[in-house]
Write a protein that binds this ligand. Structure first.
Ligand code: NAP
Length: 314
């Protein structure tokens, strides 16, 4: 994707809504590029206080939306709909842009934006901390971009300018593609998949009489080493850098767990995400005060892998 200049953003006011991982990093980067950035947040909550401490002008969501040409949604995905309809929609006059760093709200029709505005996405594929760490280097962070509505005719220029300001190497995508790929991968591979598979392997070792410390050391404790190898050299590059024993055993054994039945189940789960069923569940859970999530976290606090981890960290 070719890079663009910041011209499309010069003289414009950007309201970053939220000041957590992405909000803080992106607001800092945009300010560093000489762009006019204000923050929209809930009064006296963490984002409000932290943004003030970082020297930004902070306003309520509706004041920020009124002042801004571009309103960048960096608040939690399941609350974006509520904030949009309560505070933002009425401030959206022709010529304004709303932007997102995830496809969630648009992809699953939680927000149906007014037709007179531009709607764009700039989704860094990295946590905010990484964006900030990389800001001065030539190495760009990958990011997905998309235009959902182009009322002004200039939505792509705005998108490319934002991506340039955030030092991203961009790949064209869509809100739906980003949302499905992101949710599906984090649930069944990167976050949930790896941990659940690791817990099953850990538990089998415990059943075989292996101590919890040894089981932990040979499972979760080495995860960063393998992740780094794959990140740097790809899957084959990783295999070529581990022992022959590890490589042969992995290639001949691991895939046998993931047969037809497993792939069928995976496909059902992917469809639940694509259809918006998961998004609906998450918005409901979030608005109930994350009751179920809190219960699940509590249950895991004293699980055996957690005890092993604490023991090893002593
Ligand atoms: N984190 C990542 O690695 C990453 C990477 C790429 C894209 N993204 C996307 O970037 C966006 C922001 O993600 P994030 O991880 O930075 O933040 P987050 O942890 O998802 O959300 C935290 C932000 O949401 C606000 N918030 C939470 N509940 C709220 C409520 N009821 N009313 C108003 N504001 C509320 C918080 O404000 P308070 O301080 O007031 O609680 C805070 O500013 C999301 O769309 C996410 O999908 C994240």
């Amino acid at each position: 994707m070719k890079t663009g200049s910041l011209k499309a953003l010069k003289g414009k006011t950007i309201a970053v809504l939220g000041f957590a991982s992405q909000g803080k990093a992106q607001a800092e980067l945009l300010r560093k590029k000489g762009l006019k950035v204000i923050i929209g947040a809930r009064k006296n909550h963490a984002s409000w206080k932290n943004a003030l401490k970082a020297g930004f002008k902070v306003y309520s969501f509706s004041e920020a939306a009124e002042k801004a040409d571009l309103i960048h949604f960096l608040i939690s995905d399941p609350v974006q709909k509520e904030i949009y309809y309560k505070f933002i929609e009425k401030k959206l006059i022709k010529g304004k842009t709303i932007s997102f760093s995830s496809g969630f709200s648009i992809a699953f029709n939680l927000i149906k934006p007014k037709k007179n505005i531009d709607v764009i996405m700039i989704a860094p594929v990295a946590p905010g901390k990484k964006l900030l760490e990389n800001s001065d280097s030539n190495k760009k962070i990958p990011g997905l971009i998309a235009v959902h509505q182009n009322s002004s005719g200039k939505a792509m220029q705005t998108t490319i300018a934002l991506a340039e300001a955030l030092n991203l190497k961009c790949f064209p995508s869509s809100f739906k593609e980003e949302a499905v790929a992101n949710l599906f991968s984090e649930q069944f591979f990167l976050c949930g998949g790896i941990t659940e598979l690791g817990k099953a392997v850990f538990s089998e070792m415990i059943s075989a009489g292996i101590s919890k410390e040894t089981a932990y050391l040979y499972s979760f404790n080495e995860i960063n080493l393998l992740a780094e190898l794959i990140h740097e050299y790809g899957i084959e590059g990783m295999y070529s850098r581990i022992s022959d024993t590890a490589e042969f055993g992995s290639r001949i054994n691991a895939y046998t767990l993931f047969g037809k039945e497993f792939k069928k189940k995976l496909s059902i789960k992917r469809k639940e995400i694509s259809s918006g069923k998961f998004a609906e569940k998450w918005v409901k859970e979030f608005s109930s005060g994350k009751k179920l999530l809190k219960k699940m976290i509590l249950k895991e606090k004293n699980s055996l892998p957690e005890k092993a981890f604490r023991q090893l960290m002593k």
